[in-house]
Design a protein around this ligand. Structure first.
Ligand SMILES: *Cc1c(COP(=O)(O)O)cnc(C)c1O
Length: 356
């Protein structure tokens, strides 16, 4: 497939690196591609960033048939731009597509188009340390039709947003609220897809947690409210008695790419790491017997998010000394060092952007 490029006439003024925030500023161009049953995915083009005009009956607006990805482009100290494991994002996009009956994209083509888009927008990749260009590939159902069935037509798009440091005041721990009332996903449902419904399902629990003074919700399994699943939009890890434990992927948990990077690094360092069922009771017990050393989340936005407090029912526990654990710190440094090209990448995770 060809990739047509239509450039903007007047580029926007580049934002100030020191005040980017997250997800509110968008670059000059976007990628668009359409799907029809007759032509498959076709008409891939990079064009000026702008609205998608939709009929009010457009299916995505009613039935939520929509999937997305999130990854980042990083600028190294020598000025080069690179992506982190982007082929994983394209593979996961297709896995999400299968789960909500969206036709799959050609991963190689989509990744190539993404690299061309980032290359075109290279000046938008910020330079201040710990900033990056967030990349959001998305697919939405486009049939103007009322009635529950998979859409026949779709739009794939990629938009780019320069984002600031996740920890502007430095690497900081968060407080987590364990909910046994609200659930995010259930096995056999959509938990392992990055699809709109999961984020709607998480809003109320997150609001309740915020009102109680907590940053994120720790989700438990939907049936018994015992097994730990994930936290907010991050995967979760516990360091207990020298071993790293993370919930196994059972269909209701999002298979995070950062999660996989954490597991790979721990194994590389010969730190014991296991994926298994872990209950909230086990974590509380480990706290009581003194073996709970660290708790941290993992995700593209924060990389590693150390957890200082866990509120579970009437109990609030302070993990370690309430600061940043050694393992969380080591993982954060190791992953960001690779992402920003400060060290050699021994895993083949980094994909350079060729500049024009
Ligand atoms: C995106 C996401 C994650 C983290 O995935 P990464 O690939 O590490 O960014 C974890 N949980 C949920 C629910 C997510 O949406």
């Amino acid at each position: 497939m060809e990739l047509e490029i239509k450039r903007v006439k007047t580029p926007k003024k580049l934002p100030d690196d020191s005040n980017l925030g997250f997800g509110a500023i968008f670059t000059d161009h976007m990628l668009n591609m359409d799907y029809t049953p007759a032509s498959g995915w076709h008409n891939a083009r990079i064009e000026p960033y702008g609205p998608i005009v939709m009929d009010p009956a457009t299916m995505v607006l009613h039935y939520g048939q929509s999937i997305f990805e999130g990854l980042k482009a990083y600028r190294t100290s020598s000025g080069k731009i690179q992506l982190f494991r982007p082929e994983r994002n394209m593979a996961r996009l297709n896995r999400s597509a299968q789960l909500v009956c969206i036709p799959e994209v050609d991963e190689t083509f989509a990744l190539d188009a993404l690299r061309k888009l980032v290359a075109l927008e290279k000046d938008w990749v910020p330079r201040t340390p710990e900033t990056s260009l967030y990349v959001r590939p998305t697919i939405v159902a486009m049939d103007p039709f009322l009635g529950v069935r998979p859409s026949h037509t779709y739009r794939f798009f990629i938009i780019l947003s320069p984002v600031g440091a996740y920890y502007p005041e430095g690497f900081n721990p968060v407080k987590i609220w364990v909910t046994d009332k609200y659930v995010r996903a259930v096995r056999g449902g959509l938990g392992e897809a990055k699809t709109a419904a999961n984020y709607s399902a998480s809003l109320l629990g997150a609001e309740v947690a915020k009102k109680a003074g907590y940053t994120q919700v720790l989700w438990l399994d939907a049936l018994e409210h015992r097994c730990i699943e994930e936290v907010g939009t991050m995967n979760i890890f516990f360091m207990i008695g020298g071993e790293i434990v993370t919930p196994a992927l059972g269909g209701s948990i999002l298979p995070g790419i950062t999660r996989d990077s954490v597991i790979t690094l721990a194994k590389h360092w010969k730190v014991p790491v296991v994926e298994r069922v872990i209950t909230i009771d086990e974590v509380m017990e480990a706290y009581k017997n003194g073996s709970l050393q660290e708790v941290f989340g993992s995700g593209t936005a924060a990389v590693i998010s150390p957890v200082s407090h866990l509120a579970c029912g009437d109990e609030v526990i302070v993990v370690g000394d309430g600061g940043i654990g050694l393992m969380a710190h080591r993982l954060y440094e190791a992953i960001t060092d690779i992402q920003y090209g400060r060290v050699e990448d021994p895993f083949g995770w980094v994909v350079p952007i060729e500049e024009e």
